[in-house]
Design a protein around this ligand. Structure first.
Ligand SMILES: *Cc1c(COP(=O)(O)O)cnc(C)c1O
Length: 222
């Protein structure tokens, strides 16, 4: 069995063991900087959700692989001149943190089914990081209601770059609280995207239902 397949099965098993609710936890394979061959290997192991950060690289791979049953998620920083290609090639965008960008993607999604959106939340309060400040999340999501071609699904966050389990747990708990709050006013919301290779079990413990795993599936990036 290939290493990639082994890793996917192993992670799925861990997710099954940890989930204390019957709702399934989705696994995204973060395939930034991975070759088409590696992605196909994951696909052949049953993987259908992939996340990409760099647009040009992603478009090439999406077109080469050309599988209609893959769900491609854009998870990287977004410049306004990239909105058209993102709207045309992805079914999800998880890194929305500016209304202007949301408006552009909405505009370029005209005539297609709505694109699924997660608002990125800056939970660690690091200036270097993208994301909406937790205090502004409610009003940000209310503003998104104006866009008919966007389907708001939830929030995504990258926690502090720390080895402290306590600090990470604190941030995951805050995110879960925010998620539950916005769900009350927007019942369509069903996605709490948190947890990466090194912390996904902790994230799941605190309510994540979509984990984003790169190196844990494909090995360390070069
Ligand atoms: C790269 C990346 C990941 C995956 O990180 P790993 O530590 O390799 O699992 C997850 N989410 C986002 C937004 C990323 O950019």
């Amino acid at each position: 069995m290939s290493k990639i397949k082994k890793n996917i099965l192993n992670i799925k098993n861990q997710l099954l063991n940890k989930s204390n609710n019957i709702d399934e936890i989705k696994l995204m394979a973060v395939s930034k900087s991975q070759s088409v061959d590696n992605i196909c290997e994951a696909y052949n192991a049953g993987q259908r959700i992939f996340g990409e950060n760099y647009l040009q690289e992603a478009i090439k791979k999406i077109q080469t692989i050309n599988q209609q049953d893959i769900e491609w998620h854009f998870i990287g920083p977004i410049q306004s001149n990239k909105c058209k290609l993102i709207a045309e090639n992805f079914s999800w965008v998880q890194s929305i943190d500016r209304i202007k960008i949301a408006a552009r993607i909405n505009e370029h999604r005209n005539g297609m089914s709505p694109i699924n959106i997660c608002v990125q939340v800056n939970i660690s309060d690091e200036v270097s990081k993208g994301g909406v400040h937790p205090d502004n999340l409610r009003s940000f999501i209310d503003e998104m209601n104006a866009f008919n071609n966007l389907k708001i699904r939830g929030i995504m966050s990258i926690p502090s770059n720390t080895l402290s389990t306590e600090k990470l747990a604190e941030e995951f708990i805050m995110l879960d609280k925010l998620y539950k709050e916005i769900k009350i006013s927007h019942p369509i919301i069903d996605t709490l995207s948190m947890g990466m290779s090194n912390d996904f079990l902790l994230a799941v413990k605190y309510g994540s239902n979509l984990v984003r795993i790169g190196s844990g599936i494909f090995g360390l990036r070069k």
